[in-house]
Structure formats: structure tokens, C-alpha cells
Design a protein around this ligand. Structure first.
Ligand code: SF4
Length: 226
């Protein structure tokens, strides 16, 4: 793949998950293979980048902000896995931690770039929250490939998230590796006491089977940054 469709390349603070607050250069890839109800990135315009232009832009931002992380996000970045492979091979970012944010469905594409990733943030799609079909089998295959890597699972919950989805998620993680951290992320748009209570109830349930379960909202939304 000679070029990639990219909506933006920018520096900001990581706003989600256990790395919250660390400085990242984000490369946001355009396009996604699914359509979640709460998605806020689907209609963004994109620009075509070739590998050389992206390396130049990324390296400048990493150096300008003394950033330790490069975040490949989307959309679904793995739709453009071939380009990511070329880009990372040529960029040789030895001192930078490469962080992949993925919906954890395209496990075949993931195999191509697996060895080049340092951290994987795997967004589990709960059908009752995302209003998509279930992807349990795909998530399971994907997670199995992540064993031995720094990985965590993240699940957005909304007021419509049902207990059964959480039960399935916890069972899957427990069977694969109960030490994989689970981040429960209350949907920012539906934030309120009811949703926070629900998140805490799910956390209490999950902690019976998993070793690390945290409730972390989207901090960048509170800080009003990208
Ligand atoms: S997986 Fe992510 S980018 Fe794709 S539709 Fe869902 S929220 Fe949007």
C-alpha cells in the first residue's frame, strides 16, 4: 500500500485507559469496518499520506513535544495494516512506544504488524452498548494473539449495557488470561450518577474473576482537548 487515508496527525494527552495523561503523537486513520452508535470519528475528512511524509510529520511532533508514545488510532487502523507495516519498518522509532488502538476484530491484519506494536488497547464491542452485532469470536482470536504483549481490554458502557454482555466479556478474559487489565469506560455523552453506579457495579462483579478492573472515563473530554 503506497498511501494511507489519515484524518489527522497531532500531539495530545492520552485521554483513555491506563496510560491516561501521557503525551502521545496520534495518527488517526480514516475508515472503520463497523459502525458503533457512540462513534464520534466516522464523518471526518481525510488526507492521503505516503510513508515518507508521515515519517517526517510524526518525527517532528515527537521531537517537538518530547512525546514517548505514538498512537495508531482511528477509525480502525488495521484496515490499513500494510501501510502501517511499511511506515513502522522505515520509521525506526527506537525510543518511542508504539501504541495501537483497535476494535479488536481484524485479527488477520493484526498478525502482519503484531511484532511492531508495544502496547495494544483492545476496544471490546458490547452489542448492547455499541448497537452492533456481537464480535466475541473475533475478540477472542485477537486477544489470544496478544498474549505476552502489553495489552488491555477496554469496554465502553452506556445506560443500555446489559449484565449478560459483561458476563460474556469477563468469562472470555478469564479464560484467556485473567491478568489482562479491563477498563470500563462510561460513555461520556450519557455520563451521570446512574451510569457511574452501573460502572462500579460491573467493576465489583468483574473483580470476582479478574485481577485488574478499573473505571476510567474519557479524561480528554473533561479537559476539553482532542
Ligand atoms: S470501532 Fe471505533 S471508529 Fe469504528 S465505529 Fe466503533 S467507535 Fe467508531
Amino acid at each position: 500500500m503506497k498511501t494511507a487515508k489519515i484524518t489527522e496527525v497531532f500531539f495530545s494527552l492520552q485521554g483513555e485507559g491506563p496510560y491516561v495523561g501521557t503525551g502521545h503523537v496520534f495518527v488517526r486513520f480514516a475508515g472503520c469496518n463497523i459502525k458503533c452508535r457512540y462513534c464520534d470519528t466516522q464523518k471526518q475528512r481525510y488526507k492521503e499520506y505516503d510513508v515518507k511524509a508521515l515519517i517526517f510529520k510524526v518525527k517532528n511532533l515527537l521531537s517537538e513535544h518530547k512525546a514517548g508514545y505514538l498512537s495508531l488510532t482511528g477509525g480502525e487502523p488495521l484496515l490499513q495494516a500494510e501501510f502501517i507495516f511499511d511506515f513502522l519498518k522505515k520509521a525506526r522509532l527506537k525510543k518511542t512506544c508504539v501504541y495501537l488502538e483497535t476494535n479488536g476484530i481484524l485479527y488477520d491484519n493484526f498478525r502482519m504488524v503484531l511484532g511492531l506494536m508495544d502496547v495494544v488497547s483492545l476496544d471490546i464491542k458490547l452489542p448492547s452498548a455499541a448497537k452492533t452485532k456481537a464480535f466475541w469470536a473475533e475478540h477472542r482470536e485477537f486477544l489470544k494473539l496478544c498474549i505476552g504483549k502489553k495489552v488491555f481490554a477496554k469496554a465502553v458502557i452506556t445506560v443500555s449495557t446489559v449484565n449478560e454482555d459483561i458476563r460474556k466479556l469477563v468469562r472470555m478474559l478469564k479464560e484467556i488470561d485473567k491478568t489482562i487489565p479491563l477498563i470500563i469506560q462510561p460513555d461520556f455523552n450519557g455520563m451521570g450518577q446512574k451510569l457511574v453506579n452501573k460502572a462500579m457495579r460491573f467493576q465489583k462483579y468483574a473483580l470476582q474473576y479478574l485481577t485488574d478492573v478499573r473505571v476510567i472515563p474519557q479524561v480528554h473530554r473533561f479537559l476539553n482537548i482532542r
